[in-house]
Design a protein around this ligand. Sequence first.
Ligand SMILES: Nc1ncnc2c1ncn2[C@@H]1O[C@H](COP(=O)(O)OP(=O)(O)OP(=O)(O)O)[C@@H](O)[C@H]1O
Ligand SMILES: [Mg+2]
Length: 508
Amino acid sequence: MAADLAIEMLAITKVFPGIIANDNVRLQVAQGEIHALLGENGAGKSTLMSILFGLYEPDQGRIKIRGEEVRIRSPNDATALKIGMVHQHFKLIHNFTVTENIVLGLEPKNKWGNIDLSRADKRVAELSGAYNLAVDPKVRIENITVGMQQRVEILKILYRDADILIFDEPTAVLTPQEIDELLGIFHRLKAEGKTIVFITHKLKEIKAAADRCTVLRRGKYIGTLEVAAASEQELAEKMVGRSVTFRIEKAPSTPKEVILKVENLTVIGPKGVPAVRNLSLEVRAGEVVGVAGVDGNGQSELAASISGLLPVKSGRILLKDRDISRETIRKRNESGLGLVPEDRHKHGLVLDFRVDENLILKNFRTGQFSNAAGFLQFPAIASHAERLINQFDIRAGNGPATLAKSMSGGNQQKIIIAREIDVSPDLLIVSQPTRGLDVGAIEYIHRRILAERDKGKAVLLISFELEEILSLCDRIAAVSKGAVVGFADAQNADERRIGTMMGGIGDG
Ligand SMILES: Nc1ncnc2c1ncn2[C@@H]1O[C@H](COP(=O)(O)OP(=O)(O)OP(=O)(O)O)[C@@H](O)[C@H]1O
Ligand SMILES: [Mg+2]
């Protein structure tokens, strides 16, 4: 068997201040295999893959690539070993074309020493054709979808001849359809003899694409399973070490007064054309209203305009009967609006701040955390952070003092959710709240969102996952092209009918 192994990581240990991210971990991946890496938020998956790609050096352990012992000190070493990695947050230059991004650093030159972009375009088109990636070499990154950008990242490593491909949560940013397409691409890459390791929290994807799955828990190696022989339930239990419920029970809602009223709202999107068109909806106290739709149908702009990140072109937004359409973001927050934004790095966190600081971004000015002279009250800030870290199971190596940027993706997301839910705003807007979270964390967050509802708060949920919408919402607004196509009662909602409405077809 050993000769057929593409990757062998043995007894890998990596320590960060306050935490053992990898504790004697093993990973064995066969040549030509699709191998999934599964584990809770903070289990050490990204760390292990960063070691394989030369971003970190392990404190202990050995790595063999295609049977030969190697030391991978940098991504350049990894590239030379034909290892490529697609990171969770893409590293593309937005005003460059697809080809310019792909050849960056390896630009082909003509005989006068100038960059020969037409030769590069040709090579990119060839590669794109060979793997059926359907990428146009000449378009600029800023004009293509996230799914397309990911294909550019894949082409970038194929251009460098990689035959071991690492993907860190590649599906977290994709729509359900793009996910299917990516899993299809995995199968084609495998058919061409490539070896793939991918990280995901979605057990369905593991079942659909992976041959084997290695499970980590709190930095430790738990085991490697044949996927065909394991159920989703088994995978989940291996991962968290206890049984998990996938569906949560909820009582019927008792909606009260209208908290959010959106009237004939039109919002201009980043491309200069209306992204939200004449949209109206209401959210009452004590109910969860879900906005269901395919990514890019105005959901982001709807949330951005309610929270004050984007201006309103026409129409009104009323919060508890007060027009907030033109108010500042701070004023809106003070009038009872909470937001879990879609883009956690851009709008949710200050990555260079500590956990405790990120947890008070919205309310550090209040008497709870500042005294009359405006000085921060550090003991109160520390105990507040300790409490939320415990409640939301935020895994941070140095506790409240941990820098947000050093934390795992899922734990960063938990900071934002904890901060926004804890203040219990009258209106809570949650956009893709469980993106990147493990199944245990999703279960907890869903419970907390429903608890807000049951306290009489209004919740507006935006999610691309119909499953999440169906399990949390009381009412559903299906949107397409920036407009509401129809409303449905979640109680007897039919998944197919909502799907049809998301495609733009209402029921007249
Ligand atoms: N550069 C770093 N400095 C300090 N601690 C780090 C660093 N990178 C990771 N850690 C810590 O190591 C642990 C493992 O992190 P890692 O990112 O590998 O988790 P993960 O399994 O990828 O989780 P997620 O599913 O949330 O992405 C976490 O507790 C994290 O806070
Ligand atoms: Mg990670």
